[in-house]
Design a protein around this ligand. Structure first.
Ligand SMILES: *Cc1c(COP(=O)(O)O)cnc(C)c1O
Length: 349
């Protein structure tokens, strides 16, 4: 059991006991030789789950997005993406540093979407002066605005723009199963119109390592090559793919529990003085809340005392002073939500 109550992200989730057992027992082979049966199973089941022809196991979501962008775009080509997209903000500029791909950003709206007109305007015409637009990239759920799920209808509208201009559509679906659960649809529906999609095994799905890229067979064949270029060809990697298989077989169905726990946390926090939560914005496993100026403790004291006195980890959202992001996941149980609400109440009394 994990002792610390860690709300910093769902990336902190440790593997489940069942995952550790599966890892211990995993059948393996050399995956660069394409001989690892556990990886084969994980890639095939992931592709089927997402309604795509093929899948590729990669080391991280960052690598999945990077590989995808490098397959879709050559040097000097342009990708249209959100100005708060993970790929633009949190992936160390990899698409530009390693691929020479230019990010053309448009504003991310509070509901997680990019305005269709902004996307249309961002598509370059055929002119010798311009970079060539090759790709549109969406994020679902959109993390930086509070884990907002983006609908299949919206995604289809973006895909229509892409098709009209002969562009590809990639989805950074790090938390695509959270989006699907929140919207009451399947992940398949959400990515049906995309040429490629990356999702994380290591967040709400609790696996220790890894992400998956899905797409058509030709795309995945090329992605496998680019992954090798990036040093991402791994050998007896079935030992970690085994945890990924448990993740997609057993952890997707319980994601609504994380969403219910987030809602309980948000509702509880909203009744505590000196805290502000907009309940209408709690759609998935993220709870954004503000510690008001009236609070008897500073944000630093709040963080330090929660940790020291209650073994609870919560942090202000990067770049913010008083806005916190609490993320629920497998190890945040209803009991721990109650415990946390008690601790916050006590600290702010
Ligand atoms: C976590 C995350 C990723 C990938 O992050 P890694 O830490 O590289 O696995 C990509 N996109 C979004 C939206 C994410 O939240």
């Amino acid at each position: 059991m994990v002792d610390t109550i860690d709300f910093r992200s769902d990336t902190v989730s440790h593997p489940t006991p069942k995952m550790r057992e599966a890892m211990y027992n995993a059948a393996v082979g050399d995956d660069v030789y394409d001989e690892d049966p556990t990886v084969h199973a994980l890639e095939a089941e992931s592709a089927a789950l997402c309604g795509k022809e093929a899948g590729l196991f990669v080391s991280s979501g960052t690598q999945g997005n990077l590989v995808s962008v490098l397959v879709h775009c050559g040097r000097g080509d342009e990708v249209i993406l959100g100005d708060k997209a993970h790929t633009f903000v949190y992936e160390a500029g990899g698409i530009a540093a390693l691929g020479g791909v230019i990010p053309h950003t448009v504003p991310v709206h509070p509901d997680g979407t990019l305005a269709l007109d902004d996307i249309r305007r961002a598509v370059r015409g055929n002119n010798i002066h311009f970079p060539r637009t090759k790709l549109i990239a969406l994020e679902n759920t959109q993390g930086t605005v509070g884990g907002m799920p983006v609908s299949a209808e919206y995604t289809r509208a973006v895909a229509e723009i892409a098709r009209e201009h002969k562009l590809k559509l990639h989805i950074d679906g790090a938390r695509i199963f959270n989006a699907a659960a929140a919207l009451g649809v399947s992940a398949k529906d959400l990515v049906a119109d995309a040429d490629s999609m990356t999702f994380c095994l290591s967040k709400g799905l609790c696996a220790p390592v890894g992400s998956i890229i899905v797409g058509d067979r030709a795309f995945i064949d090329e992605a496998r090559r680019v992954r090798k270029i990036l040093g991402g060809g791994m050998r007896q990697v079935g030992v970690i793919a085994a945890a990924g298989l448990v993740a997609i077989r057993e952890m997707i169905g319980r994601i609504p529990e994380d969403h219910a726990n987030a809602r309980t946390l948000a509702q509880g926090l909203s009744t505590i003085p000196h805290i502000h939560v907009d309940l209408s914005r709690v759609k998935t496993n993220f709870v954004m809340f503000d510690l008001l100026d009236s609070a008897p403790v500073t944000p630093d004291e709040f963080v330090a005392r929660l940790q020291r006195e209650h073994n609870i980890l919560m942090r202000p959202y990067p770049g913010f002073k008083r806005t916190f992001r609490a993320v629920t996941h497998y190890w945040i149980t209803p009991e721990r939500i109650e415990q946390t609400l008690g601790a916050v109440q006590e600290l702010l009394a």
